[in-house]
Design a protein around this ligand. Structure first.
Ligand SMILES: O=P(O)(O)OC[C@H]1O[C@](O)(CO)[C@@H](O)[C@@H]1O
Length: 549
């Protein structure tokens, strides 16, 4: 259905007038005026708690934002996604990552096929295989159990599994060391090969298409490395594939018995729940992998059934939209206060920016508002000692998502309270700031001269009124991790619906791929690179002339 331009909708215009009033609001005053602000602007679901009260909005803003979600058809499009409708219009595909975490037996027929049956058949195979590797009955060619697993993949075939394996570090198998190679830069593969042994290493070649240049080159290199010690007939014990492309897997030389399939209705950046999660299931065991799926399913059920005004992914999306559209925030910083969520910001970069980094609507018209902000971030407290200076006192307002677990998964004394204290202190500081009067009073109490005080006040003043969300969970477990990932998946979906953009394709990555192929041929051959601009030609000539060490 053709959507009207966003800025022409009734609910958008109501929001715009409201935003004109809200522009001067100070969060300090909003908190002081409403003792119920915290309970009113928080929500919990699927083991997660979202506090969005430290944003420049009030309950009326939320009502207007919910009206917008309704007018843009979020509920209908959500239902269409869950039902398997072909909502990925440009590729004419269903979008069914939610089906990957549906309990067994919940029939969902798409194109005449019950996808639930297919999903669970693959999960059963994942269980059988991962059990064998973990219990030491899957042996390498010389009869030894596997000790090292190398996942070769890129984008969604790397970021999700790598993020989840790190996040669930405390659940990991003691014998199995997990490695991830994604970069076509040989230094990545070289560093991993230097640590592993031919006899006890298992390679997972993870690629939805099985044509991605980086992954294919890395896989060929791993194969060559393996064949320096092992024989062709040993490959089946050391190489498995995860893909939708049987033909290419077979052509590569991987036994189809060692291939774990998935389907074109799983987007790469939504694929950690499919067999692409094989490395996660190997690391933590199939039982915990399944618990991660259950955590995601709990969030799916919440997203599918909760009213919009109490719907966590919808609210997270609407607050993000408000900050982007009406506060002019061009980026969103993700600050996990949990070291094991170290790769979560990188994971979200692909999820959000590859989905919603678009400038035309689903019908190909230019959008009439800004779309996806730049997503970036780093673990707290490290981020505090790097770039939080800019976030507190710089000229840009950057909303932040703080993510923390109330209980640690370690028992080291003193650390967790220190961590949480920092997390809560930061969101308080961003909200409250520190006024010039407060700074002045503090410096006077320290006995500084008035001249010195005048000099320091501007530097020590914090504007505050800077927005943040805080997402809490009891502990980082497979279930809460699953819910957290699903929360952001659905948040991305809702924003895509509001902007009316095609969130499930990624044409923007194609141009560079095509040009790289051409330049690689020029670097490797005698072709004269005169066909480019003078800068690109010059760089190619320099690379061709460089001495190989
Ligand atoms: O799993 P594949 O097919 O190798 O693709 C890897 C990644 O490449 C992309 O297509 C972008 O180039 C991502 O969307 C995808 O996650």
């Amino acid at each position: 259905m053709r959507q009207p331009a966003l800025t022409t909708t009734v609910s958008y215009q109501a929001l715009q007038s409201h935003a004109a009033e809200a522009r001067d609001w100070q969060m300090r005053q909003l908190f002081a005026a409403d003792p119920q602000r915290f309970p009113a602007l928080t929500v919990d679901a699927a083991g997660l708690f979202l506090d969005y009260s430290k944003n420049r909005l009030d309950q009326r803003t939320v009502e207007l934002l919910v009206d917008l979600a309704r007018e843009r058809g979020v509920e209908a499009q959500r239902d269409a996604m869950f039902a398997g409708d072909k909502i990925n219009l440009t590729e004419h595909r269903s979008v069914l990552h939610t089906a990957l975490r549906m309990p067994r037996g919940k029939a969902l027929v798409v194109d005449g096929q019950d996808v639930n049956v297919d999903v669970h058949a693959v999960l059963d195979r994942v269980k059988g295989f991962t059990d064998k590797v973990r219990n030491g009955t899957w042996l390498g060619y010389s009869g030894k159990p596997i000790t090292d697993i190398v996942n070769i993949g890129i984008g969604g075939s790397d970021l999700g599994p790598k993020m989840a394996v790190l996040a669930l570090r405390s659940y990991a198998h003691p014998r199995l060391k997990m490695h991830f190679v994604s970069n076509v830069d040989g230094h990545d593969m070289d560093a991993v090969l230097a640590q592993v042994n031919h006899e006890t290493t298992l390679f997972i070649v993870a690629s939805k298409t099985f044509t991605t240049a980086e992954t294919m080159l890395n896989a060929q290199t791993a194969r060559r490395w393996f064949l320096c010690e092992g024989r062709e007939e040993d490959l089946a014990r050391h190489f498995v594939a995860v893909s939708t492309n049987k033909e290419a897997v077979s052509k590569f030389g991987i036994d189809l018995d060692n291939m774990f399939p998935f389907w074109d209705w799983v987007g790469g950046r939504y694929s950690v729940w499919s067999a692409i999660g094989l490395s996660v299931a190997l690391a933590v065991g199939f039982g915990y992998f399944q618990t991660m799926l259950e955590g995601a399913h709990a969030m799916d059920e919440h997203f599918r059934t909760a009213p919009l005004a109490q719907n966590m992914p919808v609210l997270l999306a609407l607050v993000g939209f408000w900050n982007r559209q009406f506060l002019g925030a061009t980026s969103l910083s993700i600050a996990p206060y949990h070291q094991d969520l170290n790769r979560f910001p990188a994971y979200l970069q692909q999820l959000d920016m590859e989905s919603n980094g678009k400038r035309v609507t689903r019908n190909g018209q230019p959008v009439d508002t800004p779309t996806c902000p730049i997503v970036w971030g780093e673990c707290g407290t490290n981020a505090q000692h790097a770039y939080f200076q800019l976030l507190h006192q710089g000229t840009d307002v950057v909303p932040i998502d703080f993510i923390a677990a109330l209980r640690a998964t370690h028992d080291l004394e003193g650390h967790h309270d220190a961590l949480l204290a920092n997390c809560f202190a930061q969101s308080e500081a961003f909200m409250k700031g520190k006024s010039a009067d407060e700074v002045r009073a503090e410096l006077q109490a320290q006995g500084l001269t008035e001249t010195k005080i005048d000099e320091l006040v501007p530097h020590k003043t914090f504007p505050g009124n800077r927005p943040s969300n805080t997402i809490l969970m009891d502990q980082l477990t497979p279930a809460t991790l699953g819910a957290l990932i699903a929360l952001y998946e659905h948040k991305t979906f809702v924003q895509g619906v509001i902007w009316d953009i095609a969130s499930f394709d990624q044409w923007g990555v194609e141009l560079g791929k095509v040009l790289a192929k051409k330049i690689q041929a020029e670097l490797e051959g005698d072709v004269d690179p005169a066909a480019h601009d003078s800068s690109t030609n010059g760089l190619i000539v320099m690379a061709k002339g460089a001495q190989v060490p």
